[in-house]
Design a protein around this ligand. Sequence first.
Ligand code: DON
Length: 303
Amino acid sequence: MDFNNIFSEIYNEIKAIPSKGSVAQYIPELALVDPEKFGVSLVNLDGEKFHFGNAQEKFSIQSIAKVLSLTMAYEIQGEKLWERVGVEPSGTAFNSLVQLEYEKGIPRNPFINAGALVIADILVSELKNPKKEFLDFVNQLCHTKVAYSPQVAASEKSCAYVNTALINLMKSFGNIKNDINEVMDFYFHLCSIEMTCEELSQTFLFLANDGVCALSQKVIVDQSKSKRINSIMQLCGFYDEAGEFSFKVGLPGKSGVGGGIVVVRPHEFSMAVWSPRLNAKGNSFLGTKFLELFTTKIDYSIF
Ligand code: DON
């Protein structure tokens, strides 16, 4: 398949759409990003790579990292993990507090902020040096050296009012075991990882390959866990827009407020798109449009 031509054809179609949305404002450092950036990368299980636009520029992957922290915690703890976090779509915003009190501090899923904070707490309990070990884990997947952005982590920390409320509420229900500041510091750092579209698509390829890293052949998680992580991405990867994304794109995926989206077509490829303007639900506006046209034009959804 000549993805290079398909990418530029779709980009020419979507660039005519009046720009909607704006870059994330609630993390001051993310508000500085050029809203016009646009990149795409696809890597398949034969090792072929296709890129378009600003595919080699680093951006803040934000919530996309929650899939990687879940993967690491799930591999360490196995099914016991699900005693502290659910696998149901929330139907609420990524930082919503409303369900958490009714549901006694057990977040609906690991991708809303509350769920990702519980996963961060688990990794703080399980790892000797969480920041270093998590980064080592990510680096073995992307085969390059990626890093945290201390500026973005500090910027998020400086106005983390809602995440602070979420973690305190969960602590009051006994679902956070460690010091709140330590868990939040780890969480802000994992969200601050910077990657290019190429690195991001390479990183997620193990989820298209039944949990096996395609380059090293190392088993990252077993087939059943890989299937389940993809299922959670399908149902929860886009918060209160998960239904709409599934309806339009039809691939498991995950977004971040840095404007990135990564999707996986099991047994074929992984693909990353980056466009910083976000829609009202906090997902990349043009990134979603691009993926909708991509899976529609070449009939490439999983359905
Ligand atoms: O905790 C936060 O709000 C951010 N670090 C991550 C949120 C995010 O990326 C939601 N995704 N669309």
